[in-house]
Ligand binder design. Structure first.
Ligand code: ZN
Length: 211
């Protein structure tokens, strides 16, 4: 039985299905869909609703050709195709971003490491490696942050997140994610604005790490 408790919220799933979610967030949502039957069902429900809306346009003068074109374009606009089978720790969308290579971990200090998978004007998405019992420095967010647990667990002011769980953080949340003691924690994390660290050192290092 799945122990996943924190799923992709409906508004993000709707945006993902419509192809309007920025690439970094789309990768995280695609990864959760590939790990979690509940999110997969929600994704399929959103797809079905999109299909029904298009079917309803039949009464107008929309030709079948145009309609199937629209459906094709909808398919093409998905930034990441969710695939069902995860491969080891890394779900298929992460494997695709890694292009078959192993993660290239770069130290952020205190044993915390990252591998930036993609960075652009829409934001960035990275793998984060947090040793067991280690905290990520206290920070708040300039925008949206999605964090999906791939291995181990972490907890913060809002609760506990295990493999397959997604945390959605925004400007209102200041938190200190703390890795659980059983296993080193690996997360897939996407942001669309720099994090705001409280302490001096991370702020100093931030431009270097692009976090
Ligand atoms: Zn955060």
């Amino acid at each position: 039985m799945s122990t996943i408790k924190h799923h992709t919220p409906d508004h993000l799933m709707a945006a993902y299905t419509a192809g309007s979610l920025p690439h970094p967030f789309a990768m995280v949502v695609a990864a959760q869909i590939s790990m979690d039957d509940t999110c997969r069902a929600s994704y399929e429900a959103h797809q079905a609703v999109g299909g029904i809306i298009l079917e309803d346009t039949e009464t107008s003068d929309v030709s079948d050709d145009l309609k199937s074109n629209v459906l094709d374009q909808l398919d093409a606009s998905y930034v990441e195709k969710p695939r069902k089978k995860p491969q080891g720790v890394y779900p298929a969308p992460v494997m695709a971003a890694l292009k078959g290579r192993a993660p290239r971990w770069k130290s952020l200090g205190l044993g915390v490491r990252q591998d930036i998978l993609w960075a652009g004007p829409e934001g960035s998405v990275r793998l984060l490696y947090i040793p067991a019992n280690q905290a990520v420095p206290d920070h708040s967010h300039g925008g949206l942050e999605l964090t999906l647990v791939l291995q181990g667990s972490f907890s913060d002011e809002t609760g506990e997140f295990n493999v397959g769980d997604l945390e959605v953080a925004n400007e209102d949340l200041e938190h200190t994610p703390f890795a659980g003691g059983d296993q080193d924690c690996i997360c897939l994390a996407a942001t669309d604005a720099p994090l705001r660290f409280r302490s001096f050192m991370p702020r100093l290092l931030q431009p270097l790490f692009r976090i």
